[in-house]
Design a protein around this ligand. Structure first.
Ligand SMILES: C[S@@+](CC[C@H](N)C(=O)[O-])C[C@H]1O[C@@H](n2cnc3c(N)ncnc32)[C@H](O)[C@@H]1O
Length: 249
């Protein structure tokens, strides 16, 4: 928990730092970036299929391999802006399902998706998600410990700084926050997808995920940039009766 509090204090500094850095580096390399985008098949496909971002194809591939979604499911999409994962999820679960997207950034959610602006690390935001999952949407009521989501997705990350250690640590903290949220909210046998930036703590994180899920896979979908350290953990079949202590928190 102390780690999460530290993370909260750190995040406002990090947001400032990373935004400033991106602004500086974009101006120097914008033509290279634009050139790469125009030649990228995922960017082209995303545009013609009206996805809000090329990252839709990462989730499409993960779903093709692991069959995460079924019609009628309740999905939580952590770090959903601009919304391409939520577009994929709502298409898969259909009108009888539910997709709740959460992000620090204010974003108009895709049609059919419930959007919540806030920080996953904020307990009020977590309560709000929980309330939407059980239908009331009433944030004044503190609900009991119901496990109600079928799938929890986390593509959470701030702009990367280019400093490997910092990006890795930051992503591991976000994965831990998402994993703890799974422990509170995900149904038995439910699934988890979590983005991480690879580094020396990958195996320790994998071990924590394995305490909560029967099967854990590491996947680097084709749409991830080859040069990027980004990859995903997929946790399948959530075990029941696992405590925070069992998970090493
Ligand atoms: C790579 S983007 C997600 C892209 C999205 N999956 C899509 O396909 O459109 C990562 C998002 O995570 C969000 N994020 C980072 N930390 C967060 C936090 N603590 N709580 C909620 N959202 C967070 C960022 O604001 C950012 O919009």
């Amino acid at each position: 928990m102390q780690k999460l509090i530290n993370h909260q204090l750190f995040s406002s500094f990090y947001r400032y730092f990373s935004t400033t850095q991106v602004q500086c580096s974009r101006s120097g390399s914008s033509s290279i970036w634009l050139n790469r985008q125009s030649r990228d098949p995922y960017t082209r496909d995303a545009r013609s299929n009206q996805f809000r971002a090329r990252s839709a194809y990462k989730l499409i591939e993960l779903n093709r391999i692991h069959r995460l979604f079924k019609p009628g499911m309740a999905i939580v999409d952590l770090g959903f802006a601009p919304g391409s994962w939520s577009q994929v999820a709502i298409r898969e679960v259909g009108p009888s399902g539910k997709v709740i997207g959460v992000d620090l950034i204010s974003t108009i959610p895709p049609p059919g998706v419930i959007g919540i602006q806030g920080d996953l690390l904020d307990p009020i935001v977590q309560q709000n998600i929980h309330n939407h999952l059980v239908n009331s949407g009433d944030t004044s009521t503190v609900l009991q410990d119901h496990k109600v989501a079928d799938v929890i997705l986390s593509d959470m990350m701030m702009n990367t700084s280019g400093i490997k250690l910092r990006d890795h640590q930051f992503s591991i903290d976000l994965c831990d926050a998402a994993l703890l949220f799974c422990a509170e909210t995900l149904k038995s046998n439910g699934s988890f997808v979590c983005k991480y930036y690879s580094g020396d703590q990958d195996s320790a994180l994998e071990k924590r995920i394995k305490t909560l899920f029967q099967t854990v896979k590491r996947v680097k979908p084709g749409a991830c940039r080859k040069e990027s350290r980004e990859a995903y953990f997929v946790g399948l079949k959530r075990k029941s009766n696992v405590s925070r202590q069992d998970m090493g928190f």
